[in-house]
Design a protein around this ligand. Sequence first.
Ligand SMILES: [Zn+2]
Length: 151
Amino acid sequence: MAEEPCQCPDCQRFYKVHDRLIREFPTFKEQQELNWASIQSFRTLCNKVTNELQIRLSERESNENISQEGEHISDTEISQALDELESVNAYLYSIEALMERIFDIKISNNLELKFKEIANELAPDPLNMDRLILDRLFHQTPDTPDKKDTI
Ligand SMILES: [Zn+2]
């Protein structure tokens, strides 16, 4: 017997994002670009935060006597965060190397059509009229209705 997928808030949010990414990026090429952009944006953000923290830490080291009142992040916290971000950056670098290999693969237009067709089955357009009406009903009900009753 197939197990029911978990319906906790985290999982529900995940299903929603998962389906949206299939719906909005329904081709192989779009998925390649999306995933490439997502790794790059994650790296950019992590690098920027790492740089800022490093500057902050070295400023504090050179101004040891100056009061650190008003600072929300302690030195220990910064050092720990820098260690963790360093690992994250190394992992992202590895993922990027693999992603480059995936990025090199090109597929035919006919196969792209198949991707679109399957994407549409997996994650139908929520702006579709029937779906909009259903959603409106969902939002009027205080309790989340049981999926089995509504679909
Ligand atoms: Zn869950």
